[in-house]
Write a protein that binds this ligand. Structure first.
Ligand code: FCB
Length: 449
């Protein structure tokens, strides 16, 4: 039995440009910060890079077939900013192919692949980058706005800021610690400016995709509660509070973003402009404690939080983990949706813009199939968690699986397979996994009213 969703609920699949396209130099495309970062020895597991990735740039027609045949309503992908600077021809063809397949394109403007020359000029630490993003948004909406009606401005500004600017695990690997907060503000400003540009060119529906997760203190101890509160402020609310209630969550963050007061007020007004939907990416919850002297915290999160910060992640209690080591806690998705609803009286309808799991699937066996029962169980648990949130009164209008196809999982390279479609690393051949068939059947089993 498949869970039932309200009529009009939209199922989809998600990808991002850098993780699938490859064709690193095609069309005269210049490098992004990820091309630079992946070339650095030791940056990526097994020294892998995404110069070819899964060659979606050349195989997009086949890939859109895999997406459309599952019966999804929406396909979320992203534009490569450096490719767009060299021309929009690829995205013209891609959008036409998506529409011809009967699917709604839901592109993201920015999914982490900043043009390297903008990074050289300061990247997201430079306020001007926000204005450059607005220009880039203008190019795209002028070129594609006749066919694309739904737009997502930015992907996971929190992860980009934390891993790329505060730490060194992702591009551009700045390692600025709390000094990275201006990068958060400038991305938020970019979001606000992009909303303005998209709307002024008639975009019908505009949203943003944020990563959210419940943060639980490891104990009732006051120090642990304080540490967990600070961590959730920095990772969850620093990014959604300005958008959904026009403020920063606390004075530390507000001072840290380093914007003079009069300017800050104007920026926050722009950043807080109403949205048509709010995208939530959810993978796993986090547990935090105040650092205990002499205790080793390495390997708990995908990246290590350096010593000296006032919080430390501890393993979440969960019997089940993905092959990436992430805790499997579907109820965390219901919980964060209810928390968002309670925190933001003006929360627009939510779309789950990413949810999924990495398992190290084996390639097709003698029966030609890729059996991935654990992914099916993960997805089944999480779509039920969405249904439970709807039951609890949260308005959720859609759910997109991360990801349509196995792809380049950032610093973890290609070992971590999130796809509904298996991609052979040697031949790049695609095979629909059992989870693809499960998803197709879930969608087909909805009573469309
Ligand atoms: C999210 C990213 C996405 C993908 C998944 C697994 O944080 O937005 O690109 O890597 O995690």
């Amino acid at each position: 039995m498949y869970p039932q969703f309200p009529p009009g609920f939209r199922f989809g699949m998600s990808t991002s440009a850098y993780q699938i396209e490859g064709a690193a130099d095609a069309d005269g495309k210049g490098p992004s910060i990820w091309d630079t970062f992946t070339a650095r020895p030791g940056a990526i597991r097994h020294g892998e890079n995404a110069r070819v990735a899964i060659d979606h740039y050349h195989r997009y027609a086949e890939d859109i077939g895999h997406i459309a045949d599952a019966g999804v309503h929406d396909y979320r992908f992203s534009f490569s900013w450096p490719r767009v600077l060299a021309g929009t021809g690829f995205y013209d063809r891609l959008v036409d192919t998506i529409l011809e397949a009967g699917v709604r394109p839901v592109p993201t403007l920015y999914h982490w692949d900043l043009p390297q020359d903008l990074e050289d000029a300061g990247g997201w630490m430079n306020r001007d980058t926000a204005h450059r993003l607005a220009d880039y948004a203008g190019t795209l909406v002028r070129r594609l706005g006749d066919r694309v009606r739904d737009w997502i401005t930015m992907n996971e500004m929190s992860v980009h800021t934390l891993y790329g600017y505060a730490l060194t695990d992702h591009a551009p690997a700045r390692g600025l610690g709390l000094e990275a907060l201006p990068a958060a503000h400038h991305q938020l400003l970019a979001h606000g400016l992009a909303v303005q540009v998209l709307r002024s060119h008639g975009a019908a529906s505009v949203g943003v995709a944020g990563q959210h997760f419940p943060v639980t203190p490891a104990s009732d101890d006051e120090a642990d509660q304080f540490a967990a509160g600070l961590f959730t402020d920095l990772t969850n609310w620093t990014f959604s509070d300005p958008i959904l209630r026009g403020t920063y969550p606390n004075e530390l963050v507000q001072a840290g973003v380093g914007v003079p007061e009069a300017q800050l007020e104007r920026d926050l007004e722009l950043i807080g402009a109403p949205l048509d939907f709010y995208g939530v990416n959810y993978y796993e919850p986090t547990m935090i404690e105040a650092p205990k002297e002499g205790k080793d915290y390495t390997g708990v999160l995908e990246v290590d939080i350096p010593d000296g910060l006032p919080f430390s992640p501890v393993p979440v209690k969960s019997d089940e983990r993905t092959d990436f080591g992430w805790a499997i806690v579907p109820s965390g998705l219901t919980e964060i949706l209810v928390t968002l609803r309670d925190r933001y009286p003006n929360l627009p309808p939510v779309i789950i813009t990413e949810n999924g799991a990495s398992f190290h699937d084996a390639g097709p066996g003698p029966d030609g199939r890729v059996h991935d029962p654990r992914r099916i169980s993960y997805l089944d648990g999480h779509v039920r968690a969405v249904a439970a949130a709807i039951e609890a009164g949260v308005r959720v209008d859609g759910y997109y699986v991360w990801s349509a196809l196995d792809n380049f999982e950032w610093a973890a390279g290609y070992d971590e397979r999130f796809g509904l479609v298996y991609v052979d690393r040697e031949t790049l051949d695609r095979t629909r996994k059992d989870s693809w068939y499960w998803y197709r059947d879930l969608i087909a089993a909805q009573h469309r009213g």
